[in-house]
Design a binder for this molecule. Sequence first.
Ligand SMILES: [Zn+2]
Length: 325
Amino acid sequence: MSELRWHPFLEEWVVTATHRQDRTYHPADEHCPLCPTVPGGPMTEAPFQDYDLIVFENRFPALQLDPAEPGVLGTALSPVCPSEGVCEVVCYSSRHDATLASLPLLQTRKLVRVWRDRTLSLGALDEVAYVFVFENRGKEVGVTLSHPHGQIYGFPFVPSVPSRTLAAEDDHWKRTGRSLLDDWLEEETAAETRIVARHSEFVTVCPVFARYPYESWIVPTGPWTSLADLGPEGLDSLAEAVHSISQAYERLFDAPLPLMMALHQAPTDGVARPWTRLRVEFLPLRRTREKLKYLAGVESAAGNFLTDTLPEECAVRLRSALASR
Ligand SMILES: [Zn+2]
């Protein structure tokens, strides 16, 4: 059963997806459903002997184009809707032990082009208002398949975090006639201390307001609102930025770093928002080599982050991890 239920106190949708309880859970490496199919072996999601990069619909989708009718009736305060939308999986290497950091730069260039292609295709659907590209990395984040993969959700609504961000950007635009992200990047550039890396069309920064340890944002230096706005040079620059920060994270603790990567961009609902900006956020979940960051009472229930790492210091460590290659 999968449906959207309205939370009237938080004014946001909750997606129920009970069938996902049955999804493949930490299979042994030889039964990996994302590895290429071995001749004579069981069919995997990749019915080929090898592949470069593949995208396919999630077998256990939280959102789908032809959803079942909801199992409960909505009320005046809590409407319930079918969970319309799309959930896709992106496998960016046929190698079971690859990571975003270990990919050759050429493969990352292909990957950002796949993100753009899927943004255009899913964004063109009437059912999709927002294309969200993300990766959960590490069993600490709840990943059930260790084969490297990212995901793309075509949401039928603009999700809560981008919705709040868009409201703040809209407000700033109305007050100043400027883009909030452009103005913030100007402040970070002037301060200099939290800049991790500069690329031709993107900058990587540990934001002054970082909520997660070693959190970084890849943001554009041009007025790009979504992947759709990027040409070949912009895509290559984004690929370089993703490639280098992924490598820095890999070297930081000399161990795989559990993290979430999230790409935010303009909604695809047909409304022009020239003041919003594309960005890629990396949200790591490790404070030190041994200690994980948990989202506990204050973060999860009160909604505000307590952080014991300073972005200024995190930026220094990430810059030296980058320089150590
Ligand atoms: Zn695999």
